[in-house]
Ligand binder design. Structure first.
Ligand code: Q9C
Ligand code: ZN
Length: 347
């Protein structure tokens, strides 16, 4: 960039990706990860002269294979060959090809086997999923490249989100782990901290760096005993092997407001980030902590994102911001902009 505007990367496929209705366990509801989310952010950034919107190249399949299994990509490629209007909505989850003696091997080229690579019923596949996920990942890679080349701050308008996707499975509205891809790109030359402020625990990102002492993963989220993804995000999870101690989970209960959130950030999160002495920060930015969010049960206000951004910005780290959740469509764009303004002021 030759000017001092903040580079914000988007990809057109995110304006065209419409996940099928979500099965809640009792009923089908319109999918919360709506196509209008991208437009909300896009419009807020477009109206702001401190931001430069830049179209990103999609990620390649080779990029994705740096953090995901080939079979997972095959599952998405299989879905991309479906007819319009057809989808993959797994209802059978065999828990690995060897779940029981006599089971045949799961085949990623069979749509009816997709449940072997999927961990929830809220994350449908169709012919548009792969291109949307590659476009989204491309935004994260472009923002990471900008920071690697010297930008102090860059934003990736990723849609679909990514932090629930593990090396070998998708779920939680996530297919490719965009934040992990950004961290992976920066890792060879730097110590990377990933801070996940989505209301849900970033189980995918945690798992991808579980044994990695070069990448610190810190997440603040609603306690997984009461909130998706249920199976990860407990404070007892701290990493293993040489990565023991480079995972930190900070949990809070429903109703957590801005004052409490900032208290957790200052007392439990910022000191750990500083002590790790990272060279660069990847911020998994979800706005489902918003008081009016239809899914999340925290109670942050728009001005709290400005404050949170300032406090993170005071770390003085080059920062790649990767969009995760946030489902209040109307206010999503202004919340994202508030966080970015705070990050810039704090920096
Ligand atoms: N009716 C992200 O924010 N299901 N994913 C919750 C709500 C899964 C959220 C059930 C929520 C996944 C990226
Ligand atoms: Zn979330």
């Amino acid at each position: 960039m030759t000017d001092d505007r903040l580079p914000a990367y988007f990809h057109p496929a995110e304006r065209d990706f419409r996940p099928a209705p979500e099965w809640t366990g009792t009923e089908l509801v319109p999918h919360p990860e709506r196509v209008e989310r991208a437009a909300s952010i896009h419009h807020a950034l477009e109206a702001c002269d401190r931001v430069a919107l830049i179209e990103a190249e999609p990620a390649s399949e080779a990029d994705v294979l740096r953090i995901h299994d080939a079979d997972l990509l095959t599952v998405y490629r299989t879905a991309s060959a479906l007819a319009a209007g057809q989808g993959v909505h797994p209802t059978c989850f065999p828990r690995g090809a060897a779940a029981a003696p006599g089971h045949s091997r799961a085949d990623p080229s069979k749509p009816l086997h997709a449940g072997n690579w999927c961990f929830d019923t809220g994350t449908p596949l169709d012919r548009t999923t792969l291109s949307a996920a590659l476009g989204s990942a491309g935004c994260a890679l472009a923002a990471a490249a900008a920071v690697r080349e010297g930008e102090p701050l860059a934003y990736a308008l990723c849609r679909p989100p990514g932090h629930h996707a593990t090396r070998g499975s998708y779920g939680g509205y996530c297919y490719v782990n965009n934040a992990a891809l950004a961290a992976r790109m920066l890792r060879p030359r730097r110590r990377v901290a990933v801070l996940d402020i989505d209301v849900h625990h970033g189980n995918g990102t945690q798992s991808l760096f579980w044994r990695d002492p070069r990448v610190l993963f810190v997440s603040i989220h609603e306690h997984p005993d009461r909130c998706f993804p249920y199976f990860a995000g407990h404070p007892s999870e701290v990493g293993e092997g040489r990565g023991r101690g480079t995972t930190l989970n900070v949990t809070e209960e429903a109703g957590c407001d801005g004052a409490r959130y900032v208290q957790l950030l200052e007392s439990q999160v910022i000191p750990v980030l500083r002590a790790f002495r990272p060279d660069v920060l990847v911020l998994s930015a979800g706005f489902d902590t918003y008081a009016l969010d239809p899914i999340g049960r925290f109670a942050l206000q728009t001005h709290d994102y400005l404050d949170v951004g300032r406090r993170i910005g005071r770390l003085g780290l080059p920062t790649v911001v990767v969009q995760e959740g946030g489902y209040h469509v109307e206010h999503l764009g202004r919340n994202a902009l508030a966080l970015l303004d705070g990050l810039r002021v704090g920096a």
